[in-house]
Design a protein around this ligand. Structure first.
Ligand code: DX5
Ligand code: ZN
Length: 217
């Protein structure tokens, strides 16, 4: 099912609860949690405590995007905190195959992500282990960046492979997605659209309504 997944990175943390209740009322069922370590990416963001709190107090599906070095070391901590989907970067590990297995063994859904500069062919050998493939349409690290249209080809390739080889993964896209760019991403074959500033900047209800309108077209 196609859907918009708000990225918490752009939320107003002063009134996070109100914003999340508003999203839930609007029918949003999944939240994207960006975890950054100042090492794999040049920024520091959210971590285990927020996942724990969201899991305890809400019924959102928690889509945790690990932009960290040594992701192997943190899989269990995020699982215990309540992550439903754990997505790791192929660029952050020497052993993506083992890491995907490790995530699946915890019972979390396993996602693999690739940076704009990484060829899509690199993840081909582990696609049978992926519940989600997260195509980065900006260089990870910051919200509010401009969508990179050269990533559309990767989205199309992943959707083609999914159909041609009967894979089970969902094609998710992250970065620069808003009312201007959502249509091109959907046309290319994306199913889940992560959006941070596109959801939280301005009026949340209005933004969600507009984005949902594009999904339904
Ligand atoms: C970027 C993060 C994104 C970010 C997207 O490194 O992975 O999830 O929050 O923000 P926008 O939608 O504003 O580009
Ligand atoms: Zn993200």
């Amino acid at each position: 099912m196609k859907k918009i997944i708000p990225s918490l990175l752009s939320a107003d943390f002063w009134c996070l609860k109100d914003q999340l209740l508003e999203l839930r009322q609007l029918g949003v069922d999944t939240l994207h949690v960006d975890v950054m370590d100042g090492n794999f990416v040049p920024n520091i963001s959210l971590g285990v405590p927020i996942v724990e709190s969201l899991s305890k107090h809400s019924d959102f599906i928690l889509d945790v995007h690990l932009m960290i070095a040594n992701p192997e070391q943190y899989v269990m901590a995020f699982k215990k905190a309540g992550a439903d989907i754990l997505t790791v970067h192929i660029e952050a590990t020497n052993h993506i195959h083992r890491l995907m297995q490790q995530i699946r063994e915890t019972g979390c859904k396993a996602g693999v992500s690739l940076n704009p500069g990484t060829p899509v062919e690199f993840i081909k050998p582990i696609l049978h282990l992926a519940d989600v493939v997260l195509v980065m349409s900006v260089n990870p690290g910051f919200g509010g960046q401009q969508f990179l249209s050269e990533t559309l080809e990767k989205i199309a390739t992943l959707q083609n492979w999914k159909q041609a080889f009967n894979y089970n993964y969902v094609v998710e896209v992250d970065g620069g997605i808003n009312v201007e760019t959502a249509k091109s991403v959907l046309d290319a074959g994306a199913e889940w659209l992560v959006s941070g500033s596109g959801v939280f900047k301005g009026d949340i209800s209005h933004n969600i309504a507009q984005l949902n309108g594009i999904l339904l077209k």
